[in-house]
Ligand binder design. Structure first.
Ligand code: 8OZ
Length: 365
């Protein structure tokens, strides 16, 4: 398919799949998984309602029990989780949609309460994130002090990503997005604020990027580059992320990705959910290093997204909160229809009933 018709609303060929438009639902943690961290019936409905977007990226999903850092986030490491997700992907496909899933290991953004045997979470180095997670009964609590991964453990975590990617395909997903952003395990390896290692995975930029490259190599080898995307957040300080030299670090990362050629690179520009200009960063220079599909995120509205696609800044644009509140966002943009506001009495994270999850209305047919 030709990409000459560059509008937000025109179809787009993403590897082997054709997207109905260039709008993407960003991965959004909602903490709604049922016991066993299995997606339940409301999650099927939630994603199915949003199937008119070109691509859904389902919420961050743990690759192993150790990878969990928050309450009620789904997994892809048990048969029940795979079966639960299969119902989601079947319903999205039945409504003509396409769906990837974001795979994560939260690393130091976790708490002993979530860890098998209540052990310390794992990280590149024993440096605690000055950040919080949520434990039922206790509320918001500091993340736990992590322990540094032994060199001999790293290959096992790479394997967890590989296995979870295979499970994602078994569950009917069109592909996976590796979560390389927001201070979780892969990003924590990248950055000098959280990676103090002195072995082959720490020190130089090349060494700090090694874990990311190994995960991507494993997943691409397992399910194919044309079904594997990755998300990066070069200057987002969320979850106590810090890096002294983001420009050369991420230029190295993207040069390595150019060799592996994932189906897209998804870049969070600026401070996730916050200002887009919190720190200087040359995104155009980063993009020049990649010949594949470029997806952008963070605070895009209709006008910004249309301009980003028309002007060639990006191939695809992802939307977070707007996709929570507007299940039919592509139609609303196209028709210049008013947008729903966030319900003030419903949480973004967690909750029990449908309110704030599957009761944001679509426009009448
Ligand atoms: C908000 C709350 C919990 C997790 C991320 C997966 O920042 C998340 C997340 C966001 O990427």
């Amino acid at each position: 398919m030709s990409h000459t018709e560059r509008t937000l609303y025109s179809p787009f060929q993403l590897g082997p799949i054709t997207l109905a438009n260039r709008m993407v639902m960003a991965p959004l943690t909602r903490n709604r998984a049922e016991p066993g961290n299995v997606p339940g019936p409301m999650t099927i409905e939630y994603y199915a309602q949003r199937a008119s977007v070109g691509l859904i990226i389902a919420e961050a999903t743990q690759v192993s029990a150790q990878a969990q850092g928050y309450i009620a986030t789904p997994g892809l490491h048990t048969p029940e989780q795979i079966a639960g997700w299969k119902k989601v992907t079947d319903e999205v496909h039945a409504r003509g949609g396409k769906i990837f899933v974001q795979l994560w290991h939260t690393g130091r953004m976790s708490h002993t309460a979530f860890q098998p045997g209540e052990k310390a979470p794992v990280a590149p180095s024993a440096v605690r994130a000055n950040a919080k997670t949520y434990i039922p009964g206790a509320g918001y609590v500091d993340t736990s002090e992590p322990r540094a991964l032994e060199l001999s453990e790293i290959a096992g975590i790479v394997d967890d990503f590989r296995t979870a990617a295979r499970h994602a395909i078994e569950a009917g997903f069109d592909g996976v997005e590796i979560h390389g952003a927001h201070g979780y395990l892969i990003d924590a390896f990248l950055r000098d604020g959280s990676n103090k290692r002195t072995d082959a995975y720490g020190g130089s930029i090349e060494n700090r990027a090694r874990f990311l490259v190994e995960v991507m190599t494993a997943v691409v080898g397992e399910i194919g580059a044309d079904r594997t995307g990755i998300r990066l957040s070069p200057v987002s300080p969320v979850n106590d992320s810090s890096e002294s030299q983001p420009q050369p670090l991420f230029e190295h990362v993207v040069r390595e990705l150019e060799k592996l050629h994932p189906v897209y690179i998804h870049v969070v520009e600026g401070f996730t959910g916050g200002p887009r200009d919190n720190a200087p960063f040359d995104y155009a220079a980063l993009r020049k290093l990649y010949s594949g599909v470029w997806m952008v995120n963070n605070g895009y509205d209709k006008a910004m997204a249309e301009a980003a696609v028309a002007g060639g800044h990006a191939d695809l644009v992802s939307f977070g909160r707007l996709m929570i509140t507007n299940p039919d966002l592509p139609r609303r943009f196209k028709e210049n229809a008013p947008l729903n506001e966030l319900f003030k009495d419903a949480p973004l994270y967690g909750g029990v009933g449908p309110h704030g999850y599957i009761d944001y209305p679509a426009l009448p047919a």
